[in-house]
Design a protein around this ligand. Structure first.
Ligand code: ACO
Length: 326
């Protein structure tokens, strides 16, 4: 018998420390007015002692507490992140240890702000292939990737983790998807350059003073990318499947991007949920944080016939849309 993946629980964890725009303006040449009018962001959560694995383990524990699922029955764990604690072990393996999911295999996915969408797609294929239950998380501590002296990027991002339990059911819930990438435009958004300090390495470009590993962004290019490529991606998938969405949950980069996309797609703005005012841009964590918040508020109901669009977009460049019924 065929089986398909369904989101059965959502959960999230935000670090306690909340930093307002006002607080940033005390040590950076910026203002609440500039940040909130251009981005919609008013505050963000940042870690003071935790790392990405800590946030992800706490989000996974929320999922286990809500569902009362025995962690030994989890088949796989996928974590989407661009800010892992280590290159190895993966955050997913740290989560596996943290929640004692002793029978799960675990790995990370690097697709920036599209990471959760890519991971959900992979997890759903795993279930179609025979696995019964998985945890998919997006988790980031972007605060460690930022140059806190660069006001053009530091004000935009926040830390957090969230995810879902995906379980095998008889009917498809992920109805369609379209994932895309364009490595040729990768320089528009970069972070975490890895220096090679081997005595044999000769490249001039490797010198620390010439290249920084901090997050760097060409804001205009990213804005244009969302208006051109991301809008086409959503439009083509929705049209192709004649999909009547109740809600659109887009990566939470910037309120202006969401306002303009809604206008361009001629979709009522109230169908687009947003919460970047409280959390900033949390990259791979932003869509699951938004989903969990909407479920907790009763806006999105997991055992309903609601139809939902999830769209991620970000570094790589990567982008992608999924059509789900709940
Ligand atoms: N506070 C005060 N002034 C600032 C700040 C700040 N935090 N940052 C930049 N400025 C100044 C600039 O120095 C510049 O000053 P100048 O004219 O004297 O040179 C002026 O504000 C305008 O700067 P721009 O970079 O042109 O600002 P813009 O209006 O384009 O807004 C923004 C920047 C919000 C990032 C915009 O480009 C944007 O919306 N980009 C979309 C991409 C995005 O939101 N990315 C998020 C992360 S990527 C992702 O998740 C996919």
């Amino acid at each position: 018998m065929n089986q398909y993946g369904k989101i059965t629980y959502t959960g999230s964890y935000l670090p306690e420390r909340n930093v307002t725009n006002e607080e940033l303006s005390q040590f950076m040449d910026t203002s609440d007015e500039w940040i909130s009018s251009r981005t919609g962001i008013r505050s963000r959560h940042v870690v003071t002692s935790e790392n990405t694995s800590d946030l992800c383990i706490k989000a996974a524990q929320v999922l286990l507490d809500k569902s009362q699922i025995d962690p030994e029955t989890i088949d796989f764990i996928i974590v989407a992140t661009i800010t892992p604690d280590y290159q190895m072990p993966s955050v997913a393996c740290q989560v596996q240890a943290g929640i004692k999911a002793v029978n799960a295999f675990a790995f990370d996915i690097s697709a920036a702000c599209s990471g959760f969408i890519y991971s959900l797609s992979i997890g759903e294929k795993m279930i179609r292939g025979g696995y019964k239950r998985g945890i998919i998380l997006g988790g980031e501590t972007l605060s460690k990737a930022l140059n806190w002296e660069d006001r053009t990027s530091a004000v935009l991002f926040g830390d957090g983790a969230a995810g879902v339990i995906l379980e095998a059911v008889e009917k498809p819930h992920l109805l369609a998807e379209k994932l895309q990438s364009d490595g040729q435009r990768g320089s528009a958004l970069t972070s975490g350059f890895q220096f090679n300090e081997s005595p044999f390495y000769q490249s001039e470009g490797n010198k620390r003073e010439q290249s920084s590993s901090f997050l760097k962004m060409n804001g205009r290019e990213i804005f244009d990318f969302t208006m051109n490529d991301v809008s086409k991606n959503i439009q083509s998938l929705v049209d192709e499947h004649d999909f009547e969405a109740d809600y659109f949950l887009l990566h939470q980069a910037n309120i202006r991007i969401i306002d303009k996309l809604a206008k361009k797609l001629k979709i009522p703005r109230e169908k687009f949920l947003s919460n970047m005012d409280k959390y900033g841009n949390t990259s791979a964590a932003s869509i699951p944080i938004l989903l969990d918040e909407a479920v907790n508020k009763g806006i999105i109901k997991l055992d309903s016939t609601q139809q939902v669009v999830l769209t991620g977009f970000g570094g790589g460049l990567t982008w992608g849309t999924m059509l789900l019924t709940l």
